[in-house]
Write a protein that binds this ligand. Structure first.
Ligand SMILES: [Fe+2]
Length: 182
């Protein structure tokens, strides 16, 4: 299994954009928090988050190729098939089947939504946004419109209520609040 330090170096060698890196760290932190909640493998879930958007820069102009180039790049590392499959599922290239698949699928749009919530709060701090604040923003269709409400609501496939799911991902992101500057 790839070490986190090596996965981090790989990601940083492929992704230069600071905001995209923050998105990736956020997804990793959210995935680790969810794994902890479900008693799943935090290492596998976290690394799936850390590596999920590896080809984002090179597929910006060829969106249908998103994740397939990542798969090519990851081949030498012989990662567990479940990680590769979850990465393939996250933009809808394959149907989600496992909790790992659903976790990545739902956490991906949720991190951006939570960043937007934090920035809207007067304090601009993750620590100060609670479930109620996020649920109110969730219902405002024009707020963070790019964050698919349908994809976020797919947390129901994890057996989680929306409020609980949003708080778990926020908690994960809170653990790296200094990196996120939020
Ligand atoms: Fe992503």
């Amino acid at each position: 299994m790839i070490e986190r330090a090596e996965a981090l170096r790989l990601m940083e060698s492929k992704i230069a954009n600071k905001n995209l890196r923050k998105h990736i760290y956020s997804v990793e932190a959210g995935m680790v928090r969810l794994a902890k909640h479900f008693g799943e493998d935090e290492n596998i879930w976290g690394l799936t988050g850390l590596l999920h958007d590896l080809d984002y820069d090179v597929t910006a102009e060829i969106a249908p190729q998103h994740t397939f180039i990542t798969e090519e790049w990851l081949k030498p590392y012989n990662l567990p098939a479940e990680m590769i499959y979850a990465i393939r599922c996250h933009p809808g290239h394959a149907p989600c089947r496992t909790s790992l698949d659903w976790a990545l699928y739902t956490t991906d749009p949720t991190t951006g939504f939570i960043v937007a919530c934090a920035l809207m709060h007067p304090s601009k701090k993750l620590i100060n946004i609670d479930a109620e604040f996020m649920l109110r923003r969730f219902k405002e269709r024009r707020f963070a419109a790019g964050a698919s409400r349908e994809n976020i609501a797919a947390c129901s496939y994890l057996g989680l209520e929306l409020a609980d799911f949003l708080m778990l991902v926020r908690d994960g992101m809170l653990s790296i609040a200094d990196i996120l500057e939020l």
